[in-house]
Design a protein. Structure first.
Length: 223
């Protein structure tokens, strides 16, 4: 996997997600725009570094935006898109590095490639989730839960609750949904991020490889 190319793809996708959320917030009529918090490796690392070096107050406004929402002005929207691209780019580079380290350039089946990509995406999302939890603790953000986030584990817990299976899975679901308030919770949330990235990344990669294989097979000269 080419590092720079995949990083650019991931950055562009994450910038697009940010702009879609801002547009959706405006359409709904919210005073502040939603800001997605997943895959914020760069932002999380910079926030923690600033706090450790004694510059936390200087960047606390950015942390507040991540918590309460973003004012919709041309400057804020442009800055949000640019930072989202940078965050996505860094996460993409991490994903590509891990994927290349796992596969070592060897060819394999669609399933093995998908699993390798899932592991790589899981590590990137796990790091981002852990950093977000630690930054939230450092800056005293008022994030309570992530029960609105549509991710693979969230979907699994939702379906289980709809099926009436609550007692057995309730402690696990609470560990996932409610934002961690200590270092142990941050570590647990990083683990949940890894599972989400593994499941979602593997599924998306497998579908992509299968669809690409169909188009290659049905292309000109392959009849």
């Amino acid at each position: 996997m080419k590092l720079l190319r995949f990083g650019i793809y991931a950055g562009a996708l994450w910038a697009l997600v940010s702009l879609i959320l801002i547009a959706a917030s405006e359409i709904i009529g919210y005073r502040l725009a939603w800001v997605e918090l997943d895959f914020r490796v760069l932002s999380g690392a910079l926030l923690l570094a600033a706090d450790a070096l004694g510059f936390g107050d200087a960047v606390s406004g950015f942390a507040i935006y991540a918590d309460t929402g973003l004012p919709v002005t041309p400057l804020h929207v442009t800055a949000c898109a640019a930072l989202s691209f940078a965050d996505g780019f860094v996460s993409g580079i991490i994903t590509a590095l891990v994927y290349n380290a796992i596969t070592r350039g060897k060819s394999g089946s669609a399933l093995s490639k998908a699993v390798s990509f899932g592991i790589a995406a899981g590590i990137a999302l796990g790091i981002a989730s852990g950093l977000l939890a630690l930054a939230s603790k450092a800056y005293g953000l008022a994030i309570v839960s992530f029960d609105f986030t549509v991710r693979p584990v969230w979907t699994a817990f939702y379906l289980l609750s709809q099926a009436g299976v609550n007692g057995v899975v309730s402690p696990l679901r609470d560990s996932y949904l409610y934002f961690p308030n200590d270092f142990a919770g941050a570590f647990a949330w990083a683990a949940w991020g890894f599972i989400d990235g593994l499941a979602g990344g593997a599924a998306l990669a497998y579908m992509f490889l299968k669809v690409r294989g169909i188009f290659r097979t049905s292309g000109p000269g392959n009849d």
